[in-house]
Design a protein around this ligand. Sequence first.
Ligand code: S3P
Length: 191
Amino acid sequence: MDNFKLRHICVFSIKKFMKSRKNIVFIGMMGSGKTSIGRLISKKLKLDFFDVDNYIENKLNLRIAKIFKEKGEKFFREFEEKSTLEILKKSNIVISLGGGAFLNNKVRDEILINHISFWLKWETDTIIKRIKNSQKRPLASKLSKEQLMNLIKKRSNIYAKAMYTLNCDDLSKNEIINEILKKYETKKTNN
Ligand code: S3P
């Protein structure tokens, strides 16, 4: 075999190998179950799990609500971008994003180009019921119901760019998990 052919085969194999090391990324509104579903999926696939909010809290040794209160949202968003891109550099892991992270252009482009993303989509009312009085979520607690509805509507157009959308309202937790695993396996074997 000549050198050219050999080099071609090597490049092809490396690209294929790199492609198969994509991460699974969960996106969606606060209260959509990104963390609990992400953790369950990581267990099923025996992959490491990273929750970005949790990662930020550990790095700063502060709860999210406190970060918003003491350092402000701008600081949080910059730290969130940096932390999310840092985690995305790892391979073959499962990641749950904070609800606002996918709105960031750099984070979104990286996810759309290099990873497998799932939007956990719920009816607006379901989300509002879950988050309205959450003390853990500074953004949700300061907005009225109408403002939250607008936020969900605006964000949904962006979440919809994810590779897969799961309409979760009509599914049990087990069905959500199975649906994700099915889509993930199909995606992996087709690459
Ligand atoms: C936010 C969602 C939160 C957290 C922060 C801001 C948002 O994460 O990052 O409170 O802008 O939607 P969860 O989606 O995990 O609650």
